[in-house]
Design a binder for this molecule. Structure first.
Ligand code: DHB
Ligand code: FE
Length: 311
């Protein structure tokens, strides 16, 4: 059976009625988006002759996705979050905004409220015998190379099992383990003393992994560290770097890797003097360049539901 009913008056009227398009009540922007998305779905059902069984499998999947709380995870895994970055990159290019540390996806695992310290923060609170010490540091500067004082650098990353505090299914981590916030001084410098993360994998029995399995894809990320960098007179930067040498760097299920975001990992000694758990440690210098506001506005602020915890 292959029928084409999408263009009929009956279906077009149904789409308009279902979304109350141009109706007196409701939100006009939402009506416009809902009408377009529903139309695209109806058209795909027609074009691909998607069966009722397939439609109901999809509807049931959405229920499970919500029950698992994994919609934002799936958005990263399906490249939707990357697509938003591609669009923001293109918008910057269009207005001639060049330079600055590249953005990359936030992911779904940020927690607001990490304790804010001046210049340096030790952020490994819970012991992790399988993780070696890591120092992450750098200088924040503007496009002219001038250090930015009074900015806030936040970072968050996984432990040696690939789990993030607050979202750790083993319960091994307390709130804000491996999450920190540092305010830069006049030299623009920040530093986090922490432990080496490993890559993240989607919950193996969750609905994101289920969908990826059906696509024949894995759900793993290379080891990485997330950043928010916020400064009054610059645009907020959302980015990450990957840990050099991770075999998944160019095979990230969330498509966050960028050439400029793979800083060198340097072996150093002197960790004991810094209060690290071992004298030999890994050091990553990650300097960050922020971009100016556009006509006084920060067009990089993204509002989304985020976990917030009182420190
Ligand atoms: C996902 C997990 C991450 O750690 C991340 O940085 C981005 C996305 C995810 O599971 O979708
Ligand atoms: Fe992550």
């Amino acid at each position: 059976m292959s029928v084409q009913v999408f263009e009929t008056k009956e279906v077009q009227d149904l789409l308009k009625a279902a979304t109350n398009l141009n109706g007196d009540n409701g939100n006009a922007r939402f009506q416009q988006i809902a009408h377009r998305l529903l139309s695209d779905l109806f058209k795909a059902i027609d074009d691909l002759d998607i069966t009722p069984d397939e439609v109901w499998a999809g509807v049931n999947y959405l229920n499970k996705l919500g029950q698992d709380g994994e919609a934002a995870l799936l958005a990263a895994g399906l490249g939707l979050e990357k697509y938003l970055d591609i669009r923001m990159d293109a918008a910057d290019k269009q207005v001639g905004l060049d330079g600055g540390t590249p953005r990359t996806i936030e992911g779904p695992l940020y927690v607001e409220g990490a304790p804010l310290r001046d210049g340096v923060s030790r952020i490994d609170i819970n012991p992790d015998p399988d993780a070696g010490p890591l120092v992450i540091h750098g200088t924040l500067s503007d496009l002219d190379g001038k250090p930015i004082a009074g900015a806030v650098v936040e970072c968050w990353h996984a432990n040696s099992k690939g789990f993030y505090s607050h979202f750790d299914p083993t319960g091994a981590q307390t709130e804000f383990n491996l999450r920190g916030a540092v305010r830069t001084g006049p030299d623009g410098r920040y530093e986090f003393r922490t432990l080496m993360p490993v890559g993240y994998g989607c919950p193996p029995h969750g609905s994101t992994q289920q969908l990826l399995n059906t696509l024949g894809r894995h759900g793993n990320r290379p080891a990485h560290v997330h950043f928010f960098v916020t400064s009054d007179n610059h645009r907020k930067l959302t980015t990450q770097f990957n840990i050099e040498g991770d075999p998944l760097i160019w095979d990230d299920f969330a498509y966050a890797t960028r050439e400029e975001l793979i800083p060198h990992v340097v072996e150093k000694t002197g960790g004991e003097a810094l209060g690290l758990k071992e004298d030999a440690y890994k050091d990553i210098e990650f300097n960050v360049t922020l971009t100016p506001l556009l006509q006084g506005q920060d067009n990089q602020i993204v509002n989304r539901l985020r976990v917030a915890v009182a420190a």
